[in-house]
Design a protein around this ligand. Structure first.
Ligand SMILES: Nc1ncnc2c1ncn2[C@@H]1O[C@H](COP(=O)(O)OP(=O)(O)O)[C@@H](O)[C@H]1O
Ligand SMILES: [Mg+2]
Length: 470
């Protein structure tokens, strides 16, 4: 964080100081909520959660070097006490970002936020110091904590914004007002909580409504609900996608022989060839989104293409490709799933096959509502059409739809099986995997299929496995 005195912080958050002998002491270290992350000069933010109360750690963090605690009651060590710790954290973030020289970029969407954010961060940091959301810390606490990790050197601050309802993005943009707002897509994630796709569009569009007239709304030209957000912003609009009228677009999109997407990137300043080190064609859209923002921030097509072609996976379980010493390749995409990314992952698997046996260990795709049966059926059928050697459908009713889809498409005998849970899948794979096989593991987050990938990788005890795509 930029250095601020305890007195200044107390004034910004409207708090009262307790047990602070010297209010001119400066907070220099990170602002953290986890006592294990405290460093000398830190500000520790004490949240009273259901299971853990941060206030209980006050003495320990000060002993570890924290300058003070932001708390909702006096704790016997230096503290700035406020009524509402979350509001105070937000106010502090707002104050700090206003003083930073960095350009703020915020992004949201139903899927691909973390993947796109990680790509964008890698492109921008090839140009200038960049601070970005670690992993998926995109809520009302993770966002201000990330913003507060920026320093005077930071040129670009990239923040992922998540929403589970109307008003959430508006709240986040109030804490860290972006200059550039990127909206990826309006899908079906959390559709139950929102009450329909139109409502999701209303919520995601709050990002572009927050932009200033001299800002830029970067919108997905291929998604009608996102494109329509152009009417909800004062900012200039820049479109990305595969649509012919997109300002930043991909042409000649293909998968390389190992399943990595390649395309020609077109931006208003030129064109350049990209081969991603990531797997699955859904990353083309994520890469174009990142490219559009990078273009807006002054990078040339060549600079963007080079950085995209070098970018790896920064967050776990998203098409993470690991080679076991015995030649079995494990593709762990167990972080989440939806119909589009299922199709992309299966196509990547097919591209990686090249004569090897392929396994698709797939589970339930959540939140599809009435479309659930048709979508699971379609994925099962696609696995057969792509010649996947073995489909292992894991879980309950939806898994049986997957397997039935494959069966109806002409898979017979042992080409597709339905097992009840992750352990059954692990047992089956342990007894049947052969050196050289390629295994894709993918389902919605709640299924927890990463257990299968982890078990398969643990089996190669010598663990000399090398992670591709990094
Ligand atoms: N552009 C995209 N379109 C469809 N699915 C995607 C896209 N990008 C990523 N995914 C899929 O969604 C899952 C979650 O990706 P992630 O980048 O973490 O999204 P988010 O942060 O929005 O939850 C990944 O495992 C991947 O399969
Ligand atoms: Mg995320």
């Amino acid at each position: 964080m930029i250095a601020l005195s305890l007195a200044e912080i107390a004034a910004v958050v409207g708090g009262q100081t307790y047990d602070i002998p010297d209010p001119s002491v400066q907070v220099t270290g990170p602002v953290v909520r986890d006592s294990r992350e405290v460093e000398p000069g830190s500000l520790f933010v004490a949240f009273a959660g259901e299971r853990v109360d941060g206030h209980d750690y006050a003495s320990a963090v000060v002993e570890a070097g924290a300058a003070a605690v932001l708390a909702s009651r006096p704790v016997g060590v230096p503290a700035i006490v406020v009524d509402d710790v979350q509001a105070a954290l937000g106010a502090l973030a707002r104050h700090v970002v206003e003083r930073l020289g960095a350009t703020l970029v915020a992004l949201t969407g139903s899927v691909g936020k973390t993947s796109s954010k990680d790509l964008l961060a890698q492109v921008l940091r090839s140009k200038a110091p960049t601070v970005f959301t670690p992993g998926s810390l995109n809520n009302e606490i993770g966002l201000p904590l990330t913003a507060l990790s920026a320093t005077d050197e930071t040129r670009f601050l990239v923040l992922e914004m998540g929403a589970r309802g109307i008003g959430h993005i508006r709240y986040l943009t109030g804490l860290t007002p972006p200059k550039i707002g990127l909206v990826l897509n309006v899908g079906t994630a959390h559709i139950g909580e929102f009450g329909g796709r139109e409502q999701i569009a209303v919520a995601k569009g709050e990002l572009v409504e927050s932009l200033p007239a001299d800002g830029t709304a970067v919108l997905n030209a291929d998604d009608p609900l996102v494109r329509a957000m152009a009417s909800r912003t004062k900012a200039r609009v820049l479109l990305f996608g595969e649509s012919a009228d997109a300002d930043v677009r991909a042409e000649n999109v293909r998968l390389t022989e190992i399943g990595q997407p390649a395309f020609t990137l077109h931006t208003p300043s030129g064109c350049s060839d990209v081969t991603l080190r990531l797997y699955g064609e859904h990353h083309v859209s994520n890469a174009l989104a990142a490219a559009a923002v990078a273009h807006e921030l002054g990078m040339s097509a060549d600079e963007i293409a080079r950085a995209l072609s070098e970018a790896g996976t920064l967050s776990r379980w998203r098409m993470e490709v690991t080679e076991r010493p015995d030649g079995v390749t494990v593709v762990n995409d167990a972080y989440n799933a939806n119909p589009e990314s299922m199709r992309a992952a299966l196509r990547a698997l097919a591209a990686m096959a090249k004569g090897r046996r392929t396994w698709a260990v797939l589970g339930h795709m959540a939140e599809l509502g009435d479309e659930g049966l048709a979508e699971h059926d379609a994925v099962g059928r696609l696995a057969v059409r792509l010649n996947v050697s073995k489909l292992v459908a894991v879980g309950g009713r939806e898994a049986s739809w997957l397997q039935l889809g494959a069966y109806n498409e002409g898979s017979w005998g042992e080409e597709s099986v339905h097992v009840s849970d992750a352990q059954a899948a692990i047992d089956l794979l342990r007894s049947e995997l052969r050196p050289g096989d390629v295994v894709l593991v993918k389902a919605s987050r709640s299924v927890g299929l990463e257990r299968v990938a982890t078990a398969l990788l643990d089996d190669s005890a010598s663990s000399e496995g090398q992670v591709a795509g990094r």
